[in-house]
Write a protein that binds this ligand. Sequence first.
Ligand SMILES: Cc1cc2nc3c(=O)[nH]c(=O)nc-3n(C[C@H](O)[C@H](O)[C@H](O)COP(=O)(O)OP(=O)(O)OC[C@H]3O[C@@H](n4cnc5c(N)ncnc54)[C@H](O)[C@@H]3O)c2cc1C
Length: 597
Amino acid sequence: MQLQSAAVPARMYTAGGDMGNFRSHRDLGDRPEVQGNETTGITATDVIVVGTGSAALSAAVMAARGGADVVMLEVADKIGGTSWRSSGGYWIPNNRNQRERGVSMDRDATLKHMAVLGYPDRFDENAPLLGLTQREYDLIAEFFDIAPKVIDEYEAEGILKSTQMDYPGRDDGMPHYYNSGYDATNGTVLGARVEEFAESVASNPSAEAMRQLGGRQGDGADMVGQLAAAAERLGVQIVLETRVTGVIQDADGAAIGVTASTPDGPVRIGARQGVVFGTGGFSHNPVHAKAYLRGPIVGSCSVGTAQGDFIDIALEAGAELGNMREAWWTELPVELAKTMSETPELMGFIPGASSIIVNASGERVVNEKSMYNERGKAHFVADENGELPNKYLFLVYDDAVAGDELVWPSRWPIPPAGVREDYVIVGDTLEELAANIEARLTKLGAEVENFELRSDFLDGLKATLALYAEFAQGGVDRDFGRGNDSNQWYSEPLRPGAKNNCLAAFREEGPYYAMVLGAATLDTKGGPVTDTSGRVLRPSGEPIPGLYGAGNCIASPAGEAYWGGGSTLGPALVLGYMAGKNVAQEPRRTAAAQAAA
Ligand SMILES: Cc1cc2nc3c(=O)[nH]c(=O)nc-3n(C[C@H](O)[C@H](O)[C@H](O)COP(=O)(O)OP(=O)(O)OC[C@H]3O[C@@H](n4cnc5c(N)ncnc54)[C@H](O)[C@@H]3O)c2cc1C
């Protein structure tokens, strides 16, 4: 297609606008309205940053601090992407709050924690690079080394004020998601610090629950709001409704601009020093999702504009792709996912002690208290024929869970006590519940690929519940180790006297409840491979000059892991920082002036 040179209509976002709108982040409609509608003729700048999520904003702030003129291009009509919607926790090992508590995370142990979870098939604790490639090792080592410095610098410069994510009853912050056997230091998760916390929370149920439980941290909207305000102070221009479609390269392959589509037609914009992508993952691109992911997904809670544009753009520019099978996994109720293109919430931790996940034979298949990344992966376990018997699983719980009025930080999608939702299947007895699940699957038909319960489902479920009651009585889940360490207590109000805080026998009397679950994503995390400077690499390992990436649009340094709470936003902020800092040191390429022609 012949693209014409055109002035970009700069629908400027003013971060200092209505701060009251930085609150209700799950409902993206509540993001700040665009301030003004002026048109400026942007034909070239020093640095173009694509996207306006955490990675992009971090990069834009750093590029501007490095002296570059920066323009951010965002396809949506609001800023923030999935970062806005998120709970806003960022994983920063050895952060200031930990250090103030006298905690020092051991570098060697933490790198092993990151490597064993990220690359379990290749991990070798005795190998110099722990079984990773040099690039993979360098990325996790660099992240460990600079992450606390980045956050300290952002604090000192008033760019992003952080606080330890509080967790009820724990002065040492949130516990780790895993006990990897190497490092499990609490308090790695930070969140944006808001001085008036009570005012920072509106309709976000998780943050509201945390607040009721004593938390003080803000959420993704607060994090994005602070970064956007810093970007504005530094003179960064944000142009909305502009979808970048390609990278313009000079004769040497250096990125010197972008092509983009706008409501007023296609444009070309020059970038003298380079282009940084922070465009999120590809969860909402069904072709890429089917081609690349390790298994089928039923939906995602990422923003609908996470369509993986950078995959094709980067391939066209000569990049190598990596980590394409992986996502930040979770599960979603199939029926919700079918009716909502993007779900507003993340299915975090399964609440309650009498709540289990079973397969079509009524058997448990996973530790239900394991974190979302692991529960999501459980759907992809293949049988000897390569089929996925766990593709659809069933969350089953009793009235103790359904009727509990306690707030849980991650109750969703179990409705509040007394509220009925169509996607919840109910039965007064286990027999009735099984029959109703069967009927629901029949009704869903092709939407669940005609998935059926096996004939042994009811007997299997009864046997599972009998064994589960035995586990609860003894306090030990002999099959999956549910609740055997406090890392798994995220969603649990402490039950004094219980032998195991996460185990309780189901009630003898119904009603009982169920929902059909499928694998889903927070977003994907594969894309072009990058180095520690954030530069996009060719298959040869050479960088493509001037082309950078950070966040979910690149091959994540985390591999298949979710190292701890905040493991997506921590690297997004830190690698965004690196990309922005380094792109501002690129030479100004004169060919960029012609890129818009
Ligand atoms: C409910 C919820 C809670 C979460 N909580 C946490 C948490 O506490 N901690 C954590 O670490 N993670 C959390 N996550 C995950 C986290 O939000 C994402 O992994 C993270 O925000 C991704 O950031 P990003 O900067 O890579 O991309 P995004 O924030 O998705 O930003 C990408 C931006 O690029 C734009 N874009 C895409 N394509 C183009 C294009 N071609 N041209 C121009 N613009 C484009 C998009 O519109 C979007 O604005 C949560 C997610 C959800 C949904």
